[in-house]
Design a protein around this ligand. Structure first.
Ligand SMILES: [Mg+2]
Length: 441
C-alpha cells in the first residue's frame, strides 16, 4: 500500500544529551566516556545532562551525582558552562540555517523548521543534509534526532522516538499504530497529573488518546489546549495566539550587608540595567517601571508567621528603551522609598512593563511634536553604544553610576526554561570552549 499522505510540513530537531555532548565535543578526553553535567560542584546536585555512555549504563538525567557514581564508579562529572553552551547554540543555529530556515527556537537544543511542499517531498534527504552540515561544522559528538511530520507535535514525537541520532517521518496516516506502545506521559505536554486525569477517564494508552474527540479532550484538559493537542496529533496545525512578552525584570534577595539604603539603590540600578539591555534586544519599548521592596518574613510564634511587609511603586512614561528614561523613573522611585519605607528591605525587584512594539506605537505623537523625539533618539543611540561596549569589554566596562557585584551573581545569565540567555547576559570575559570545569569530588 502506498502512502498518499501530503509531504511533512514540520521538521523538529533535538540534540542528544546536549550539554554532555557539548562537553565531549570540546574536550576529547571525555569522548566515549560516561559523563554527567552538573549545575553546581557538589555530589548532592542532580545531573542536568548525562552522556549516552552513561545512559546505556543506567544513569538518567536529573539523577543526583552521588547516585550516578554509585552506578558508574568511574563516571566523570563536569560543571555546566552556560556561556559556552549558548555560544555553541548560536553557531549551531547558523549551520542549520545553511540548509533550511528555522521557524522557532524551542530551547537551547531544540528547533522547529517549517517546510515548503518542495522541501517536504524530500524531507528525509533534507534531514540527512542537516546532519552532514553539523558533522562538518562540529564533530561526531554533537548528534541530533530529527522528526518529520505534518505538525510540530508529531514531528517532535518522531524526533523523540528514535534517539540518539535518529530520523523518523511520522504521518497521521500511520497513526495510531505507529505509536501504539508510546506511554502517554512521554508525549510533550502530558505531565504526570494529566496522565492521572486521562487514566481516570479510561484513556490509558495511545489508541484511546487518539480516539478522543476534540471536545472530549477539551473537557479532560479543562481548557482549549486539549482540543489543540488532539488536532495536532491528527495532523492539523492548531493555531494559538502568540504569547507576548509581558515584562522584563529581575528580583534579588539581598544578603545582610546589602540591606542598607545605598546598597539597595545600587542593586536596583543594576537590576534595571540588566532588564533594559534585554529589552533592547527586542523591538519593544516599555512605558511602565515598577519597584518593589519587601522585608523578611517575621516569625512571631512557630505556629504563626507574620506576612512580610511590602512596598510597591510604579511610574508611567512615554514608551522608551533608553537607559536615561528608565534611570530617571527609578531614581524617583528610590527617593520615594527612602522617604516612606520603615523596614529593612530583604528583597528588591525592578520590572519594565507596558511593552509595545516600535511599529505599534501611536501615542508618541505629542512627544514628536514637542521635539522630545530627537533627544530620545540620541539617548537610545547612546544606550545601544553602551550595550555594544559592555558586550565587547565585559559588563563592568561602563555603567551609569557606581558598580558593585550584584548579589546572586550574573544578572540574567541563568538558563531558565523558556528563555535562552544571550551571550551578552554573561558579564565580563567568559571561559574558553575547551576550558572544561571538572567537578572536585
Ligand atoms: Mg535534547
Amino acid at each position: 500500500m502506498t502512502d498518499t499522505s501530503p509531504p511533512p510540513e514540520r521538521l523538529y530537531l533535538d540534540f542528544d544529551s546536549f550539554f554532555a555532548s557539548a562537553e565531549q565535543h570540546f574536550n576529547p578526553v571525555l569522548r566515549s566516556k560516561p559523563v554527567g553535567v552538573i549545575a553546581l560542584d557538589s555530589p548532592h546536585t542532580g545531573c542536568i545532562a548525562v552522556s549516552r555512555e552513561a545512559k546505556l549504563l543506567g544513569v538518567k538525567n536529573n539523577m543526583p551525582a552521588r547516585e550516578a557514581r554509585h552506578i558508574i564508579p568511574d563516571m566523570t562529572f563536569v560543571v555546566a558552562r552556560p556561556d559556552v553552551y549558548v555560544r555553541l547554540h548560536k553557531r549551531i543555529l547558523a549551520v542549520i540555517e545553511t540548509v533550511v530556515p528555522i521557524q522557532h527556537v524551542r530551547s537551547i537544543d531544540e528547533v522547529v523548521c517549517a517546510l515548503l511542499p518542495s522541501e517536504g517531498r524530500q524531507a528525509l534527504a533534507l534531514a540527512a543534509q542537516i546532519k552532514t552540515a553539523l558533522l562538518d561544522a562540529f564533530s561526531s559528538m554533537l548528534t541530533c534526532s530529527i522528526g518529520l511530520g505534518p505538525t510540530e507535535l508529531l514531528a517532535k514525537v518522531a524526533a523523540e522516538r528514535h534517539k540518539p541520532n535518529g530520523t523518523l517521518l511520522l504521518n497521521a496516516s500511520m497513526l495510531p499504530d505507529a505509536l501504539h506502545d508510546l506511554k502517554l506521559g512521554k508525549l510533550p505536554g502530558i505531565g504526570a497529573g494529566m496522565v492521572t486525569r486521562l487514566e481516570a477517564a479510561g484513556v490509558s494508552d495511545f489508541a484511546a488518546l487518539w480516539a478522543l474527540a476534540p471536545k472530549q479532550a477539551r473537557a479532560l484538559w479543562g481548557n482549549v489546549e486539549g482540543e489543540r493537542f488532539i488536532q495536532e496529533l491528527h495532523g492539523t496545525h492548531a493555531t494559538r495566539a502568540q504569547t507576548r512578552k509581558r515584562m522584563f525584570g529581575h528580583s534579588r534577595v539581598l544578603p545582610r550587608e546589602w540591606r542598607t539604603p545605598d546598597k539597595v539603590e545600587d542593586c536596583a540600578r543594576q537590576l534595571l540595567a540588566g532588564a533594559a539591555r534585554r529589552l533592547r534586544r527586542t523591538d519593544l519599548r516599555a512605558s511602565k517601571l515598577t519597584l518593589s521592596l519587601r522585608s523578611q518574613r517575621l516569625r512571631s510564634t512557630p505556629a504563626k508567621s507574620t506576612e512580610a511587609q511590602r512596598w510597591h511603586w510604579e511610574a508611567h512614561f512615554q514608551p522608551s528603551r533608553d537607559d536615561r528614561s528608565f534611570a530617571r523613573a527609578l531614581s524617583e522611585g528610590l527617593a520615594q522609598a527612602r522617604a516612606q519605607i520603615r523596614f529593612a528591605p530583604h528583597a528588591v525587584s525592578v520590572m519594565l512593563h507596558g511593552l509595545d512594539a516600535e511599529d505599534a506605537l501611536t501615542g508618541d505623537l505629542f512627544a514628536t511634536m514637542s521635539g522630545d523625539a530627537g533627544e530620545r533618539d540620541r539617548w537610545e543611540n547612546l544606550s545601544n553604544v553602551m550595550d555594544t561596549l559592555r558586550a565587547r569589554f565585559g559588563g563592568k566596562a561602563l555603567s551609569l553610576g557606581a558598580h558593585d557585584d550584584v548579589p546572586g551573581g550574573y544578572v540574567g545569565g541563568k538558563i531558565a526554561f523558556g528563555r535562552i540567555p544571550e551571550a551578552d547576559d554573561f558579564k565580563g570575559p567568559t571561559g574558553e570552549d575547551t576550558d572544561t570545569h571538572f567537578a572536585s569530588f
